[in-house]
Design a protein around this ligand. Sequence first.
Ligand code: PLP
Length: 393
Amino acid sequence: MISSRVRNLQESATLKINAVVNRLKAEGKNIYNLTAGEPDFAPPEAAKKAVVDAVAKNLAKYTPTPGLPDLRELVAAKTNAQQPGLQKPWKASDVVVTNGGKQAIYDAIFTLIDTGDEVIIPSPFWLSYPEMVKAAGGTTVQVETTSAEGYKLSAAKLEKAITPKTKLFILNSPSNPTGALYSKELLQEIGKVLEKHPQIWILSDEIYDRIEFVPGSWNSFLAVNPSLRDRTVTVNGLSKSGAMTGWRIGWSVTPDSLTPALIALQGHSTSGICSLSQHAAIATLKLPLQDFEPHRKEFLNRRNLALEVLKKSAKIGVYEPEGAFYFFLDVRKALKDNQDANGFAEKLLQDIGVAVVSGVDFGAPTCVRISFAVDEKTLLEACQRLVDYCDRA
Ligand code: PLP
């Protein structure tokens, strides 16, 4: 009864574990929840006020499918600021505002991929990418990267993975789940490979853009590779950098050859996103960037404190994240016979009340992801419990 496109899709592991945690909490259990993929900060006051004002002014009506003109203008300006040097800067008409970054990615994949097309995804990856590719009828080509490689794809590995069927390459920097952040030089090398293959599109998922631990280390893909403008989809939004996950504000910025198709698809699926959220997004995008600096500093502080605890473990392989708000820990030395990270994560929750996300669905079956988007006390206590548990194993 279920269509072949949807039949084989897997439920999102992150959403699934969150449901279990919520159930255990409702039963009164004390759970240290390190699964959150969302900042624990409040959204900007300006965003809250904008919603109240929009309601009072009866602005809760349908909007144009690709978004309110003022919002598209602000997104184009933000993107141009992050991608200086484009010969043809972005215009408001190149922006499509979507229900979170997720819809922007889904729509781009759905619009670009035909049955049999190959999509290259460096692994570990954000778990929704392969499922979206599957839903579109495409084939994911996973290219493994290791902790020793800084979880970054080299230009040589990318080149090797390309075939005549390659249609899309997905890059996510800073990365969920690893926190890897691609240097300017590496982005340049990757860009050089892609320049030789004009049939390949690039989807640069920049949703964690402002969460970098060395100021100035992050670069937008097109800032480094402006010549690839006309086949690159830049995805971003306010979920992570604006601490506005539930408001569902994302967007894509795309060349003329793609944008009308994206708008047509969205026009027949969700239409324009919630008008109130769009007013909130306008207010947030007008705020000075310094307003978000405390978030970045707080993430950095938590990262450093947690690192001190985690590094004491003899059994946990720790990769130092350079951005985003996750640790991707290699727990292979703590796994029991035949256990993978799914079994490990289940046991961890059961035995010591620490909830983590298994790396299995991220393409790394001996790893777990922990989030530091939680208060310091919870984070440090949970990390200590995790270290004690693994070192006892
Ligand atoms: N891309 C990555 C790498 C993410 O981690 C997420 C959310 O977890 C998204 C995209 C989607 O973000 P949104 O909540 O705006 O849909």
